[in-house]
Design a protein around this ligand. Structure first.
Ligand SMILES: [Zn+2]
Ligand SMILES: [Zn+2]
Length: 217
């Protein structure tokens, strides 16, 4: 099966959206160059894709941004992915009644529910997040989500690399390099990814370990 990387822009910035789509495609080209099998991954421009399933996510982003709550968006995805079908069922309890009513009203009774969404990438300089660059949760195998406040190419590469299996190579508290990083001066998984040049050998191995798994959606 295949996994889609679906990209949305918050803020109706067409240029930023076009750039984000291009950057994610360039990231796939880069990891392919590193002998990682990208044949099961595809980049989809969510803002330019008018299928109803993708618009369901776009509507959530429009309705709830710019105060996107990363964990809530993830729960919405699970609702649309038909929570109740698997062990993630209990995650829906993280939604409050108003939010559940919203989802049921908007999406519950139609074809959106039960659709498998893979990885969602949201870019938008106006999104309110605590992180200065972005946040990422889970990965392409489980259906991931990343939000990019900093929409520079290397910052987007860093967040999307998380979806592809790469870990942070810096300490969350001190922002200093972790010992696992094999090229901390240049690694894109360091704190300030915009100063990075490439993925270190350890992060490449992490991506390979995830992407080469054959149990994508
Ligand atoms: Zn990170
Ligand atoms: Zn590294």
């Amino acid at each position: 099966m295949f996994s889609d990387l679906i990209i949305y822009n918050y803020g109706e910035d067409r240029l930023a959206q076009d750039l984000a789509v291009r950057y994610v495609q360039e990231l796939l080209n880069e990891i392919q160059r590193l002998n990682i099998d990208t044949s099961k991954l595809s980049v989809i421009d969510g803002n330019n894709c008018y299928t109803e399933t993708y618009n369901a996510i776009g509507k959530i982003i429009d309705d709830f941004g710019p105060n996107l709550d990363t964990s809530k968006i993830y729960l919405y995805l699970y609702f649309l992915n038909d929570c109740g079908r698997n062990k993630q069922d209990k995650m829906c309890y993280g939604l409050n009644d108003k939010e559940l009513q919203y989802l049921k009203k908007e999406f519950g009774g139609n074809d959106y529910k039960g659709t498998l969404f893979n990885s969602i990438i949201i870019a938008g300089a106006n999104i309110q997040l605590n992180s200065s660059y972005g946040e990422a949760m889970w990965n392409i195998i489980e259906g991931g989500l990343c939000i990019n406040v900093n929409v520079a190419k290397k910052s987007i590469w860093h967040e999307v690399a998380h979806l592809l299996g790469a870990d942070d190579h810096y300490d969350k508290d001190t922002k200093k390099p972790k010992k696992i990083c094999t090229d901390h001066l240049n690694c894109l998984m360091q704190w300030n990814s915009t100063q990075g040049k490439h993925f270190c050998s350890k992060s490449i191995a992490e991506i390979k370990g995830t992407v080469n798994k054959k149990r994508l959606h």
